[in-house]
Structure formats: structure tokens, C-alpha cells
Design a protein around this ligand. Sequence first.
Ligand SMILES: [Zn+2]
Length: 239
Amino acid sequence: MTLPATTPLRLYLMQVATLSQVEVPIVCYLVQTADGKNILIDSGLPGQFETPAGRPAPILGQDVFAQLALLDLQPDDIDLLICTHFDLDHCGHHVDFPRAELVVQREQYETARNGHPRFAAARPHWDLPAERYRLINGDTTLLPGIELIETSGHVPGHMSVLVRLSQTGPILLTIDAAPNEESFHPDRQAGPLDLDVEKTIASTIKLLEVARREQVALTIFGHDGHQWPTLKTLPAYYE
Ligand SMILES: [Zn+2]
């Protein structure tokens, strides 16, 4: 079988920080395509930040640049940056990929742009010139084998990602629509950081349906301290 040239070849998982006490990983992802495109999904925490009172303090690990360097990749090598949402632990290095086109749901972009306080602290990291952004509306095929799935609730215009790999099969990255395995059930509770309870639950049900319909081989949760140690992480990869 001949695969289309721009088709996912490898998926790399990177842990860039850990929330202390609770062992919650903060992560981002890299997809490499058969024709040599590098697609980053989120960029992790910035090098400096303030932890809101009462929240666990993140401990920084190897950042996205150090991990990409292990693959001989520089920031200029990133062609596309999928922005799942603009929480600080997902967008902390968006400004540092000067050649990348940033892909985001229009609803997330406009909510943040219009000054929603949730995204104020991270603003220096995502507030780039509008021409850097590709705004999308709802579920979108980014390229053959990469589906962007609108999963609002955690924030407006939150995005999850389905990556189809030739050997592993489809991998679903829930991101924060389902932060851990316990939340991946139709009767789940929303978390304290989920802005819209009903939409959070509706998006979970939507992802459960995607997982069933697409016969997803592996679902990777956004911040699952129990699952993460069982997964292959960079420099290992899924293919
Ligand atoms: Zn998160």
C-alpha cells in the first residue's frame, strides 16, 4: 500500500514538567509525517511562571527544546503547531517557534483574544500576530491521518487530536477533555478547572464515540499520572 506523502509516520510523547505531590505529568507531542513535516501539539510550560495560590507547583523537567534536540530538531524545523487550548501548561513556548503556522479553534482564539481572564496570564505566550494563526471551526481534518476534534467544556474551543498510525492504528489524544482514565466515562464529574460542566461531559461522550467508531488502539489522557509511565516517551515513539 502506498501512503499519501503527508501522512503520520511517528508520534512522540514528551513530558516537560510534573505537578508536585500529585505526580501529574505536563506533556506535549510531536507528529512526524512521511514527507518530513514536523507537527508539534502544544508546547508545555514556559520557563518562568507564577503558580496560583492553592494549586500544586509544577516542577520543570526537560523542556520541549531539549527534547526536540534529541531528535536533531530546532525550533525552525516545526512546520505546524496545533494549539489544543491556551492554558499556560499547554502554550508556554508558542512564541518560540518562529516558522510554525499555529492551528487553533476560532472559538478558543476569540475567547482568549477578547480578554477572558482564564487566558490572561498566558497571553504573552499565545498573543501572536493574527497572520500566524489558522483558525478552524469545529472538527477538521488537518491532513490525511490527523483529525482535530472540537471538545469544548474545559475551555471554549478546546481541541483533542486523533492520529492514525500505520502500525499502532489510531491514537486518540484527549488532552484536557479527559485528563485521566477515571474521567473517560459518560457519567463522569467535571473538574474544578472545567469552565462548562455540561459541555465537558458532552465532549467526553463525543470522544468515547470517536474511540468506538474509529477503533482507537490507544487513548492517551491529558494528565494521567498512572497511565503516563506505561507509555513510550521520546526518544521512543509510536509508528
Ligand atoms: Zn492541561
